[in-house]
Design a protein around this ligand. Structure first.
Ligand code: PLP
Length: 228
């Protein structure tokens, strides 16, 4: 199937207006991205800062770029001028750094707080206690140049559907709880990013309203790294 066909069939399948589709283009060429763009896709996700900034420079400026991979504080400055959303915020320190660079650029940057829901040690993100601690921190109110839009999570990489479902329901409950406790009067806290190619159907059933799809759109990733 072509990239165009894949996007068209995903549009049929995913309730639009309810679930935002992020096309995860990491390792993929500008040519592949342009095929998705020509098919109407405007929101793309990348996980490496260097690859993201190279693509942003070369590709159409109405693309909305989301960072979905771990972000080091010293790299925030490279993406702050243009990034639409940083989905992988995993510390208060990083949030402060994003705020600082957003302010320098006269912008308000949308952020999701990444929550660690998987079994795997290696995945980044807040655990529940850390998340609540960060949300209670008084300094949060002073960060005028970031906007916390919701939560993001990555499920365990397993064939066990029940296990994946449990993780997604756990994150949905946490999202509802955080919304009720900390963002009751804030309509912009409305985004729950969960679901990738292997598990997006389960994620949507569990209440996701943003899915991040790479291989379903672009095919398998053969290389690990992008060459400009
Ligand atoms: C790579 C990646 C995806 C997309 O993965 P696919 O399995 O190709 O859909 C989604 N989310 C994150 C955080 C990723 O790093």
């Amino acid at each position: 199937m072509s990239i165009t066909k894949n996007i068209e069939s995903l549009r049929q399948e995913i309730p639009s207006g309810q679930v935002t589709l992020i096309a995860v283009s990491k390792t993929k060429s500008n040519e592949d991205i342009m095929e998705a763009y020509e098919a109407g896709q405007r929101v793309f996700g990348e996980n490496m800062v260097q690859e993201l900034t190279a693509k942003q420079e070369e590709l159409p400026k109405d693309i909305e770029w989301h960072l979905i991979g771990h972000l080091q504080s010293n790299k925030v400055k490279y993406i702050a001028p243009f990034i639409a959303m940083i989905q992988s915020v995993d510390s208060l320190k990083l949030l402060k750094e994003i705020n600082k660079h957003a302010e320098k650029n006269n912008r308000v940057i949308d952020c999701l707080l990444q929550v660690h829901i998987a079994d795997e040690e290696a995945k980044f993100g807040f655990d529940h206690a850390e998340l609540v601690e960060a949300l209670r921190d008084e300094s949060l109110a002073e960060l005028k140049n970031i906007r916390i839009r919701g939560l993001m999570g990555i499920a365990t990489n397993t064939d066990n559907e029940k296990h994946i479902k449990d993780e997604f329901y756990e994150l949905k409950m946490l999202f509802d709880g955080v919304k009720a406790s900390f963002f009751r009067k804030d309509d912009s806290f409305n985004t729950l990013s969960m679901g990738m190619s292997s598990d997006y159907k389960l994620a949507i059933a569990a209440g996701s309203n943003m899915v991040r799809l790479g291989s379903t759109i672009f095919g398998k990733r053969v290389t690990k790294h992008y060459k400009a």
